[in-house]
Design a protein. Sequence first.
Length: 145
Amino acid sequence: MSTYMANEKAIERKWYVLDAAGKPLGHTAATAAMLLRGKHKPEFTPHVDTGDFVIVINSDQAVLTGKKSDQKFYRTHSGYVGGLKEVKYRILMEEKSDFAMTIAVRGMLPSNHIGRTALSRLKVFKGSEHIHEAQKPEVWAEQKA
């Protein structure tokens, strides 16, 4: 019996919509990363990019559980002495909630060419409207275990 290996040319990519309203940021990001990577497909192959396109709407209504909004920071460093900048996630979610969702998903993808390519298929919007209606995206139904 031979092992199935997916071919990059034979992959059919679908479009999915995830609604982040009232859901934890990490749970939505984990679902988006799973769809971007293609792990929900039976033809998933680790070394081939088999993922789909993901549209995340209502990212401004995603919630942080516990005390993360005041205790968690987004940190960047310029590389120069004293170049550390940090922003509380409460402020980041108020001002740039789409960016917060993007960096949460980026942290759950592999740090290689497959992860960078998958991240380019992520589209995040603050409100409930998006510009990808022509692609006829399907609403991703949460599967309860």
